[in-house]
Design a protein around this ligand. Structure first.
Ligand SMILES: NC(=O)c1ccc[n+]([C@@H]2O[C@H](COP(=O)([O-])OP(=O)(O)OC[C@H]3O[C@@H](n4cnc5c(N)ncnc54)[C@H](O)[C@@H]3O)[C@@H](O)[C@H]2O)c1
Ligand SMILES: [Zn+2]
Length: 365
């Protein structure tokens, strides 16, 4: 088993990464000093697949768990779902010391984390991410929250978990299309971290078994390395004041595509195309070599993610970047690759350069 310790401003917590970790959840939660009632909050898709394994593990360690199922989908990541969840937690007689365990993808983790931060002014919280995206991104870093009709993630709280449990076996039930979406963030972490992870992903992406089933690209070791990239960045910048911005590689473009598609575009697809655009922009501005750009585009394609810029008017895509909540003043911030393992944060990129990339004026020299 791999144990990663994450330190944050008010303490630290373990990430346990191991095959069949779900079966050990009860023992590990008891080791943290918990007992008695607890809630497993999942959704109607993940609950029937993995809920009973988790419940059995909790029961055999002496817990009295209640399973609560939320509806599945980003459209339910809202305050109505949270209000409903509070009622069910009260009904299940959960008190201030009762842990709430989120079992699911990023939607479940964000919603349940926010409820755990606010129910009775905060109760112990455990993350059991079941999608690849949630394992390598959403479950690490303490950000929780829900969407408002006006936009995504507009209400939330920093809520650090007591423990994160990653069981790679649960990925076996994750649909390929969701796995690929998570791979966009893994590839992003590869670009951020350096040759060792990126090269391994390049090699694995070319294997015939990966072409048949994308899940074969990631060994448990590579999953661990991808999680570590996020851990290291958030430890350095827990409240997103500076360096954590590098995790937004490809996201300035991605958020614009998603907004124009009314969020009907999968996040990983948007990030993949966004990384392609960021890389081409970096080449155009002389920050990145064409060879590096070629490697990044090649691995994205190899994984089966899209690279084609959507068909919106470039001016509309550029305008959509200005409504990004991560915008700083009147400038749009771009995270651009410099080389594998090094990116820069640029706030002085000119509109004409971005528009040229969005219009497809890019020659791979
Ligand atoms: N808090 C953060 O720092 C952070 C970071 C990145 C993303 N997010 C949020 O995460 C959300 C996206 O997360 P996501 O991509 O996991 O989406 P998701 O939670 O909607 O999961 C995708 C789909 O896969 C299903 N699923 C999950 N695990 C499964 C499994 N093991 N087997 C079968 N089906 C499974 C889900 O039920 C869902 O239908 C967004 O709301 C985003 O804002 C948060
Ligand atoms: Zn993302």
């Amino acid at each position: 088993m791999n144990t990663i310790t994450v330190t944050h401003p008010t303490g630290s917590y373990p990430i346990y990464l191991a095959e069949n970790a779900l079966n050990h959840a009860g023992t590990w939660l008891a080791e943290l000093g918990h007992a008695g009632r607890c809630a497993v909050v999942t959704n109607e898709t993940v609950g029937p697949l993995h809920g009973s394994t988790l419940l059995a593990s909790l029961q055999s360690a002496g817990f009295e768990p209640t399973q609560i199922e939320l509806p599945d989908g980003e459209q339910y990541k809202n305050l109505d779902t949270v209000a409903n969840l509070y009622s069910q937690l009260i009904e299940a007689k959960l008190d201030r010391n009762s842990p709430i365990i989120a079992l699911g993808g990023g939607v479940v983790g964000d919603t349940v984390g926010f409820a755990a931060a606010s129910y009775l002014r905060g109760v112990p919280f455990v993350q059991i991410p079941t999608s690849l995206l949630a394992m390598v991104d959403a479950s690490v870093g303490g950000k929780t929250g829900v969407d408002l009709p006006q936009g995504k993630n507009l209400v939330g709280a920093f809520k650090q978990p007591e423990m994160v449990l990653i069981d790679p076996n649960v990925l076996n039930t994750l649909p390929d299309v969701e796995f690929r979406s998570g791979m966009a963030e893994v590839l992003k972490h590869g670009v951020l971290s350096g040759e060792s992870l990126f090269e391994a992903l390049e090699i694995n992406s070319q294997k015939p078994e990966t072409q048949a089933k994308p899940h074969y690209i990631l060994s448990t070791e590579l999953l661990h390395d991808a999680v570590m990239v996020k851990v290291e960045v958030v430890q350095e910048d827990p409240f997103e004041k500076g360096r954590r911005g590098i995790l937004n590689l490809g996201h300035t473009f991605a958020h614009a595509f998603e907004r124009l598609a009314n969020f009907e575009m999968r996040h990983g697809d948007a990030v993949a195309i966004g990384m392609v655009c960021a890389t081409r922009l970096a080449v155009r501005l002389g920050h990145c070599s064409a060879k590096t750009a070629h490697r990044i585009e090649a691995v994205i394609t190899q994984v089966g993610l899209p690279t084609q810029i959507p068909d919106y008017a470039p001016a509309d895509m550029w305008a959509a970047m200005f409504t990004d909540k991560k915008r700083v003043g009147n400038t749009v911030r771009f995270i651009l690759p410099i080389t594998i393992g090094d990116v820069g944060i640029f706030t002085d990129v000119q509109a004409e350069d971005v528009l040229a990339i969005l219009a497809g004026e890019y020659v791979n020299v």
